[in-house]
Design a protein around this ligand. Structure first.
Ligand SMILES: *[C@@H]1O[C@H](CO)[C@@H](O)[C@H](O)[C@H]1NC(C)=O
Ligand SMILES: *[C@@H]1O[C@H](CO)[C@@H](O)[C@H](O)[C@H]1NC(C)=O
Ligand SMILES: *[C@@H]1O[C@H](CO)[C@@H](O)[C@H](O)[C@H]1NC(C)=O
Ligand SMILES: *[C@@H]1O[C@H](CO)[C@@H](O)[C@H](O)[C@H]1NC(C)=O
Ligand SMILES: *[C@@H]1O[C@H](CO)[C@@H](O)[C@H](O)[C@H]1NC(C)=O
Ligand SMILES: *[C@@H]1O[C@H](CO)[C@@H](O)[C@H](O)[C@H]1NC(C)=O
Length: 209
């Protein structure tokens, strides 16, 4: 790699770091704001326009949706638009639709349900209570989750890698050794690397200040 290309790469890395830091930190979004997650079965009205609420915010990986509600409403998360439009979990797949349980089975008990945003892209929420009537009357919204800072370590627990059987050694077939060609170190490269480190340290100090 020529020193100028290394320099360009260095500047790109620094720019990306600045950008990531500008995405600040993780947020908790109280669904509906002060109006919270609530449906009035007498008037058939939701306490907030949830799609308007969602349209006004930015959601990132690692953020939480906080549903302040009571057990008369449910919290269903789905990645499947068919399930969302249907207002029902009845025919949904276990792999794309989840119900978040408030832990109480009595009507009207106050609950706070926290849902971490762990997958990028579009996802949907609704309450399927009252046989879907709540959802049909607006207890439903769509959000788009951006990458932001990416998942924090606390939420980033990837599944273990799949088992890969060791390669079978067919008689007489030998894989050739892999030759790694390394270019000789050059003075230009080293100067660029030093400069890059200096720049990174300066940016880091600037953010600490
Ligand atoms: C956001 O909510 C989660 C889950 O309830 C909680 O662990 C975390 O402390 C909250 N973060 C902030 C900044 O309030
Ligand atoms: C609320 O919706 C239910 C079911 O659709 C209906 O039977 C009832 O009359 C509605 N009530 C009002 C106040 O609109
Ligand atoms: C969206 O945000 C703007 C500016 O922050 C605010 O004036 C407006 O009321 C918000 N709309 C909703 C639906 O929350
Ligand atoms: C959901 O789908 C089922 C059949 O899969 C249908 O019987 C039901 O009416 C649908 N509900 C809504 C609200 O569209
Ligand atoms: C969405 O869910 C329905 C069942 O409700 C299923 O038939 C369909 O394949 C799902 N769509 C996707 C894209 O997985
Ligand atoms: C919850 O639903 C039950 C049964 O429909 C009703 O009696 C009760 O008043 C509701 N409570 C609240 C807080 O909405």
């Amino acid at each position: 790699m020529a020193p100028t290309r290394a320099m360009a790469l260095c500047l790109i890395v620094v720019a990306l770091l600045i950008n990531a830091a500008a995405a600040s930190s993780y947020s908790n979004h109280t669904v509906g704001g002060d109006a919270v997650w609530f449906f009035n079965p007498t008037t058939n009205k939701t306490s907030a326009d949830y799609n308007a609420w969602a349209a006004n915010r930015t959601f990132n990986l690692g953020d939480y949706l906080i549903f302040n509600t009571n057990t008369n409403q449910t919290v269903i998360q789905t990645y499947n638009k068919t399930t969302y439009n249907n207002c029902s979990m009845d025919d949904s797949l276990d792999t794309d639709t989840f119900q978040y349980d408030g832990g109480s089975n009595e009507f009207g008990s106050a609950v706070v349900i926290s849902v971490p945003l762990t997958i990028e892209g579009t996802q949907y929420y609704f309450s399927d209570a009252d046989d879907g009537e709540q959802c049909l009357h607006g207890m439903a919204f769509e959000i788009k989750v951006n990458h932001g800072l990416g998942l924090p370590p606390s939420l980033n627990q990837p599944p273990p890698p799949p088992y890969v059987p060791p390669p079978e050694s067919a008689d007489g077939v030998q894989t050739p050794p892999i030759t790694v060609v390394t270019s000789p170190p050059s003075g230009g490269m080293r100067t660029t690397a030093n400069f890059c480190w200096l720049l990174l340290v300066l940016v880091f100090i600037a953010f600490l200040a």
